[in-house]
Design a protein around this ligand. Structure first.
Ligand SMILES: [Zn+2]
Length: 211
């Protein structure tokens, strides 16, 4: 997995955002009003397996501060055969989170402000990762009605059931992310985001000041 402009680290290829990579994200996940410097982002490529055990190549863009965490986490998931169906740049879905989630695509960086604020979301900083999102939706109750994101994930909001790619507290994916200091959206009480791991607000604030 070696090529010009990057380095191979523990079975993963890592590089800065080269012109070639920037051309793939410009105006998509890296929008015109993105204040995050490109120097703070890294491109990763690594192996993962789907539920049939097929070996696939994943691509992800994240904040430079969590590169080594993600390399270690995905290396260990791969070695253990923990299934992650698709890991493609969200730009392949027009940087549309809903479309990417419906395709069960795992991803990290996608620049956006939190609705109605000028605060950048953790995904917008490359500090949050969604894993197998179709089967591990974001679930909240609005006016007494349960809604899910993606909207096609209603069948997977019932967490007592067993189904493929289900992420749950105590499983390998949960353990690896939390051992690396990430918080899990499945632990939130006002809503649930079963696909979502993010660095703490304290860490994000430190990184935000730095950038
Ligand atoms: Zn997320």
């Amino acid at each position: 997995m070696k090529e010009k402009g990057g380095a191979t680290l523990e079975q993963a290829y890592v590089s800065s955002i080269t012109d070639e990579i920037f051309a793939r994200i410009d105006g998509l996940s890296y929008k015109a009003d993105c204040p995050l410097p490109l120097e703070d982002l890294r491109y990763l490529r690594f192996l993962h397996r789907d539920i049939h055990g097929s070996v696939l190549v994943g691509e992800m863009i994240c904040h430079v501060c969590i590169v080594h965490d993600l390399i270690d986490i995905f290396k260990r998931l791969y070695q253990a055969g923990y299934p992650v169906e698709k890991i493609r740049l969200i730009d392949e879905y027009g940087a549309d989170d809903e479309i990417s989630m419906r395709d069960n695509n795992s991803s990290c960086f996608n620049f956006r402000f939190i609705s109605h604020t000028r605060r950048i979301s953790k995904h917008g900083l490359g500090l949050a990762v969604d894993v197998n999102p179709l089967y591990n939706p974001y679930v909240k109750t609005v006016a007494g009605r349960q809604v899910s994101e993606p909207a096609t994930a209603a069948a997977y909001c019932e967490r007592q059931r067993d189904f493929p790619y289900k992420l749950q507290k105590g499983d390998l994916c949960y353990r690896l992310f939390t051992e690396h200091g990430f918080l899990w959206g499945g632990d939130w009480t006002d809503r649930k985001d079963y696909q979502h791991f993010e660095v703490s607000d304290e860490m994000a604030a430190i990184l935000g000041r730095r950038t």
